[in-house]
Structure formats: structure tokens, C-alpha cells
Design a protein around this ligand. Structure first.
Ligand code: OAD
Length: 270
């Protein structure tokens, strides 16, 4: 079935790593993806951080460096353009932590709901205060070499929420939080942790006219359940992806191809 623009006032978009693939950022599960190169249990769980915070910070420093070298692509830009057109109310949920949606959107029209956190934030392990922090503490070889990246906007860097506005104390090479003098960790949802903003997301899924999934493999819940939840609540559903995904029974229209081409094509129907 071809999904048209009739009776669509509200649209919820979910994005995954596939939307950033053409910006040069590795996906997780494609061949050569991140989870082929690293073991989840070594770098992306609370236990990994407890065991070896330096290894975890090496991994996230590498991801901060790579993400800051990448640029938003046409798919990120088309979503902002469509939101700016005012043709529908658009809400963006992203599983991506790469900050490319935000960097494509200087006017902050489409403030993404970052359900897996964001690479440009860290938080205090003790009290949970979230700071903007785009430092890579280690270089790509894994050597200690703190460097600022461009993942925070000039406004964020100038704000009191920017970690490096403070005179920081370092312990074992890593900064202590200014609030509690406790270790900081990446503000990223790790395996075994609950994604962020779920109440807001549930409300959006229950009330949208159209749900569009872009560049996600449908392997990681709860995001993998959003097609079903929105469909059951009465929305039309579209999936734009390079390959089929397991949730096909909940998809009204599957559009196969690259996000840079297909996102523009789909939204031009409105
Ligand atoms: P995956 O790597 O699992 O899936 C990416 C999907 O994008 C695949 O189905 C690809 O076929 C598709 N794809 C690749 N290039 C594309 C392109 N140019 N255009 C369109 N589609 C393309 O990534 P996610 O589904 O985002 O979680 O992974 C979900 C979560 O698993 C991530 O947020 C991360 C990961 O573990 C955490 O770290 C908590």
C-alpha cells in the first residue's frame, strides 16, 4: 500500500544508525559494524564501566572523534526541511547518539528525543546531573590525550551546563563531576538500562497519524516495538531501510533503499 498525505496531521519519525551511514558513521549490525569490532559486554554495559572505565572511555572517545568528523547528510537535512514546511506536526525520536540530527538543525525546529542518550553529554555517577561534554579523553590509538571536539554547539559550550566551564579535578586521568566530585560517565543508555523519555514516546506513538521508521534494523527493543504500537493505536506506518526488518506485518509501506534518496522522495508526497 502506498501511504499518501491525506488526513496526516501528526507524524512521528524514528531513526537508527542507517540514517547516518552515508555520513560515514558505522552502523552496529551491518558487515563491518561496531558490534563486529567490539564486544558489547566490554564497552556498553554498566558492568563494563565498573570493571574498566578507561576502556569504556576509550570507546566513547573514539566515537566522539568519529562523530565530530562526520557531517549531517541529505536525509537529516530533509527531515528538518519538512518540519520547517509546516505541512504536518513532526516529532523525531532517535536511537542515534551521534548528534547529527541536532547539527543539521541549527534553528532547533526538530529537537530530537534521544532515547539512547547523546555523545555530547556526560553525567555524574553520583547524582545524575547531566553536562554537555564533547571531550575525547583518549585519542584513536587509545593514548590519553584530552581534546575538545565539535559535538557541542557554541551556545552549549558557552553555557554553565558545559562540563569544561568548570575548574575540574582529575582522578585516574578522568574528570570528576563539579557537583559531587564523583566520576563521570557517558550519558548513553547501555545494555541492561532503560531508554530515556519513554512516557513521552508512548504518548506520541498512541496519538500519531503516521509513524515512519528510518534506518533501523528492528533488533533492539523497545524501539523495535514502535511500529507495532503505533499501528495498533491506529497510525499508518512506513519503513525506509536498506533491507527488510522483522516487523513487516506492522508496516503499511516498505520503501527499500538509501536514506539520503528515499527520505526526500517520501516527504515530497506531502
Ligand atoms: P543497526 O546497525 O542494527 O541497523 C541499521 C539498519 O540501517 C540496518 O537494517 C541497515 O540495513 C540499515 N541501513 C544501513 N545503511 C543504510 C542507508 N544508507 N539507508 C537506509 N538504511 C540503511 O542500527 P540500529 O537499528 O540503529 O543501541 O541499532 C539500534 C541500537 O542498537 C542502537 O541505538 C545501539 C545498538 O546497540 C545502543 O547503543 C543502546
Amino acid at each position: 500500500m502506498k501511504v499518501g498525505p491525506d488526513n496526516i496531521k501528526k507524524i512521528v519519525v524514528l531513526t537508527g544508525a542507517g540514517i547516518s551511514a552515508e555520513s560515514g558513521i558505522s552502523t552496529f549490525r551491518d558487515s563491518g559494524g561496531l558490534w563486529e569490532q567490539y564486544r558489547i559486554e566490554d564497552v556498553a554495559t554498566p558492568e563494563a564501566y565498573q570493571r574498566d572505565p578507561h576502556l569504556v572511555w576509550k570507546f566513547y572517545s573514539m566515537r566522539r572523534i568519529q562523530a565530530s568528523k562526520a557531517l549531517p547528510n541529505r536525509a537529516h537535512e530533509e527531515l528538518v526541511k519538512f518540519a520547517a514546511s509546516g505541512k504536518a506536526e513532526v516529532y523525531l525520536i532517535t536511537q542515534n547518539v551521534d548528534v547529527l540530527h541536532q547539527r543539521a538543525d541549527e534553528r532547533e525546529l526538530l529537537q530530537p528525543i534521544c532515547m539512547h542518550g547523546s555523545l555530547n553529554q556526560s553525567r555524574c555517577l553520583n547524582c545524575g546531573t547531566i553536562y554537555f561534554d564533547d571531550y575525547a579523553y583518549f585519542d584513536l590509538k587509545g593514548d590519553y590525550a584530552p581534546q575538545e571536539t565539535s559535538l557541542c554547539s557554541p551556545g552549549q559550550k558557552a553555557s554553565m551546563d558545559y562540563l569544561h566551564q568548570y575548574k575540574l579535578e582529575y582522578k585516574d586521568f578522568l574528570p570528576q563531576s563539579p557537583c559531587c566530585r564523583s566520576p563521570i560517565r557517558p550519558h548513553i543508555v547501555w545494555f541492561g538500562e532503560i531508554p530515556l523519555h519513554m512516557t513521552k514516546i508512548d504518548n506520541l506513538l498512541a496519538s500519531t497519524d503516521l509513524f515512519v521508521s528510518i534506518g533501523t534494523s528492528g533488533q533492539v527493543y523497545p524501539a523495535a516495538g514502535f511500529l507495532q504500537l503505533s499501528k495498533v493505536a491506529g497510525a499508518k506506518t512506513v519503513c525506509i531501510n536498506k533491507e527488510s526488518i522483522p516487523q513487516s506485518q506492522w508496516i503499511d509501506e516498505f520503501i527499500e533503499g538509501n536514506a539520503t534518496e528515499k527520505v526526500a522522495e517520501f516527504f515530497s508526497r506531502f
